[in-house]
Design a protein around this ligand. Sequence first.
Ligand code: SAM
Length: 271
Amino acid sequence: MSHAPTSIDPTKPSIARVYDAFLNGSDNYEVDREVVRGVRKAAPEAADLAVENRAFLIRVCRFLAARSGITQYLDCGSGLPTAENTHQVVRRVHPEARVVYVDNDPLVLAHSRALLEGDPTAVFVAEDIFEPERLLANELVRSHLDWSRPIALLHMGTLHHYNGEDARTRKDIVRAYVDALPSGSYVALSHFLDPEDEFSATARKMEEMFLHSMMGSGTFSTRAELEDLFNGLPMVAPGLVRCADWQPDAPHTEPLNAARRCIAGGVAHKP
Ligand code: SAM
């Protein structure tokens, strides 16, 4: 049985549709674009948060497939399909790669199922990514991946939308996944960053706009808080950095704007 809302509510913004609006996609409503306009008041270039996050995800998938030989992916909070989805990136290296996408947004579910129709190696599961035990017990999650071989866990742009910190911390949630992963697996995370420098005020303004919007989530965390989320696992070089600085395809030709400085990510390895 799935664990996600089944009907789309166009009167309330959704995380997936707001992200799609930031990326200039067409799967969003006026309420979603309203959130984007609000955050842009805090930082006009705020869309770069999403652009950098997505580019990071693609580079990480390329790295995991090409350099680490990973052929199994658990993509938590996969979002609305865009041009370069995880299975498409990793299959260029490993045509046989197996991917499980997980999200709880009904529009994501509809589009993902349509995209993956008839595809035997990539599947979509509707579950709550902040309930790892339940997700990890899901029949399709268990059977589609071989849990005796390394798996890449992707939690990209997701944990900053977790609002239940009082009951269970983000670190605890990541740990539950890490404990279940076989040895040799990888954990890739990206998250809004408070850079604790002259761009900190912009980060906190964007946070305020996200949190006080009808979407109601989007926490910016410090570098130390984000490092903690990896639960002490050894990091792949260059460690936890701004997404833009993680194994970039080319050197930056101009200084990073505020938004590009406010999203960080890293990849860790489970020995
Ligand atoms: N991971 C993709 C990326 O990096 O391009 C999409 C990131 S998008 C900002 C966050 C995604 O997480 C959305 O699609 C949203 O629906 C999903 N999400 C948020 N909370 C969730 C939850 N509790 N359970 C499942 N999915 C969730």
